[in-house]
Write a protein that binds this ligand. Sequence first.
Ligand code: NAI
Ligand code: MG
Length: 478
Amino acid sequence: MTIHRAYIDGEWVATGLTFPIINPSDGSVTGHVARCGAAEVDRAVRAGHAARAGAWGATEAAERGRLMNRLAALIRRDGEELARLESEDVGKPLTLARSDVGVCARYFEYYAGAADKVHGDTIPFQNGYTVMTVYEPHGVTGHIVPWNYPLQMTGRSVAPALAMGNAIVLKPAEDTCLTALALARLAEEAGFPKGAFNVVTGFGEEAGAALASHPGIGHISFTGSHEVGVLIQAAAARNTIPVTLELGGKSPQVVFADADLDEAAATIVKAITQNAGQTCSAGSRVLVEERIYDSFTADLAGRFRALRVGSAAQDLDLGPLVNAKQKQRVDTFLTMARRDGLPILAEGAFAGNVPQDGFYVKPTLIGDVPPDHPLAQQEVFGPVLVAMRVKDEEEAAAIANGTPFGLVAGVWTRDMGRGLRLAHRIRSGQIFINNYGAGGGVELPFGGVKGSGHGREKGFEALYGFAATKTVAIKHGL
Ligand code: NAI
Ligand code: MG
């Protein structure tokens, strides 16, 4: 069986230790990956600094953009192979993996175009002075990426860092290392100098913790659980470096009677079942105006019953969850719902020939969930939608804001005054009115408030997170 090596300082590195790759569709072991620890992380960070002091640091902004465009073109060239790898590794339906490849390429294209357009200001100051600002890269940036959208999240995190001239050290999730390594191979082919793009594979508590606490990194980006996010910020505090944390959500979708209910229902079902609900921005709570609650949840229920779950290759509505731990987590929430007598309004179904031993769960719609119930408060990270009745705008805002999270929210209404009032009142990083997610939106700043984290990814704003502003004040007299 293949042993996949890490990619450090332009070399493919074996460590002597490995861990298995498990196919979530059937539980089989399909290969092994190098298990990196503190020594490999240290080597990668040093390589990043050497690259910054050498060829990568000397690469002009326009050339960084050209390299990134070349990488994007290679991602598109190998799109089908990358989609197959991602689909098998994560367990996601092939069609979704194909779309993820396109989004990953798009991140490199978008930030390639930005690389030579991030210019500073000149600032009117006292007579006899010229003052300007310059954006300087942090140096070597760390990127700890989760397993739910490995290609997308890697692009989202490393592309703006590279555009600004940082050298990157990427730690993919232990469940999904393969496309990160494939990207490293393509970055090499594109011509990135050695040490600019490093991938250390390994466990969170080993390689991840070593990266987050390494005194040589200038910034750390993390997407994942709240619990680990706190550890990352604490490690960063000891080195006084900035962090970007994206820690998921419990995102509400508020539906009023005057909305286009058909479009709302279709979008709401997709937003919680795509990627089997393992999406940070999944719309996991639906708050429905009381007078349409019964008819609207009946519509949602019909759509849930039509959903089919199968292996990644079967390419149905949902694949398996990524691993046994996630399946157990989702099963625990579903058991809790039954124990507490919450009405299960609908479930999807397994396809007839679903492989044995995969990590499958049925998409489930649960009605009348009390707003303080764990199912309405905690991130399930599975295809579980909880419905609640709301009397009016006031109550909708209170319940929408009544969780520890604040990542994304959706409002469905034809009354734009009401839509905008809620857009102001709901505390979250993104609000969508009469749509949800805007198709991924590489261009749209994204991130959390409250327990969902801080810092912004995507869009032009992400670039500024990967640089420090230097102010240069020159006194030359009149
Ligand atoms: P996790 O937070 O443990 O893993 C995410 C990444 O962090 C992985 O690359 C992992 O290797 C790394 N990591 C783990 N422990 C670390 C440590 N001590 N230091 C540095 N890096 C570390 O998430 P996990 O356990 O896989 O999933 C648990 C829950 O977290 C999920 O059910 C979900 O609620 C949430 N989650 C949210 C994500 C999002 O997109 N916001 C993505 C993944 C998980
Ligand atoms: Mg964990």
